[in-house]
Design a protein around this ligand. Structure first.
Ligand code: SAH
Length: 221
């Protein structure tokens, strides 16, 4: 963004006090968060709240995550510039915009077509190119572009969907909130020699991941 960006200072303070001070030190992640105008990704009327230390509503009962949680998940993906990354749950497009700063290819799958449309507009307005937003059930992953070096799931399934593990490349990392409807454990999987190592990262609260390999049944599909 240019020097006339009215939110530049708020954004720098967000990175400094909410993210870096709490232990996220990856320089590429911090630079991406300093650059991407988060206020372009929140609904009208919420722009002033975009840099606060909390999640915000983005319509359809969904939320854009708290900046710190976005930072932790992004850092833990250990993205390299040549990587192919899959996001499940495009929402506002903010997380996808950060991923596009860090990786070569970003595919983001969103279940709700209205949110996918809005995310595409938000990304264009922020000048972010190189994110392919796909409407579909992300619990099935996105086989046409698999395998992925990193997969980030930004809605919570009861268990990690099998297709996502299958679509993870050798050496790949997957981050997902996993567990009950309201609050979950953030989990990192690393695929090594075909085996999957599981690393717990702490407690979080995400909206449910709804689909064939996620939450199913009455009221959910
Ligand atoms: N990463 C987003 C926030 C995600 S909110 C951001 O940066 O703004 C969670 C999103 O996951 C919601 O938009 C919800 O519609 C979506 N979602 C839920 N189940 C899904 C599924 N099976 N496939 C794809 N998206 C799903």
């Amino acid at each position: 963004m240019t020097e006339t960006d009215p939110c530049k200072r708020e954004r720098e303070e967000m990175v400094e006090f909410q993210v870096r001070a709490r232990g996220v030190g990856d320089r590429r992640v911090l630079a991406a968060m300093r650059k991407i105008p988060r206020h372009f990704f929140v609904p009208k009327g919420y722009e002033r709240a975009a840099y606060e230390d909390r999640p915000l509503p983005i319509g359809e009962g969904q939320t854009i995550s708290q900046p710190y949680i976005v930072a932790v998940m992004t850092e833990q993906l250990e993205i390299k510039p040549q990587d192919r990354v899959l996001e499940i749950g495009t929402g506002s497009g903010y997380q996808a915009a950060l991923l596009a700063e860090l990786a070569a290819t970003v595919i983001s799958v969103e279940r709700l077509a209205d949110l996918a449309d809005r995310a595409r507009k938000n990304l264009a307005r922020a000048g972010v190119t190189g994110v392919k937003v796909v409407v579909g059930d992300g619990t099935e992953g996105y086989p046409p572009e698999a395998p992925y070096d990193a997969i980030i799931v930004t809605a919570a399934p009861p268990d990690i969907p099998g297709p996502l593990i299958d679509q993870l490349a050798e050496g790949g990392r997957l981050i997902a909130p996993v567990g009950p409807r309201d609050c979950q454990d953030l989990v990192k999987l690393v695929k090594r020699e075909g085996r999957v190592e599981k690393i717990p990262l702490g407690g979080v609260c995400f909206v449910p991941l709804i689909g064939q390999f996620g939450w199913r049944g009455e009221g959910f599909l």
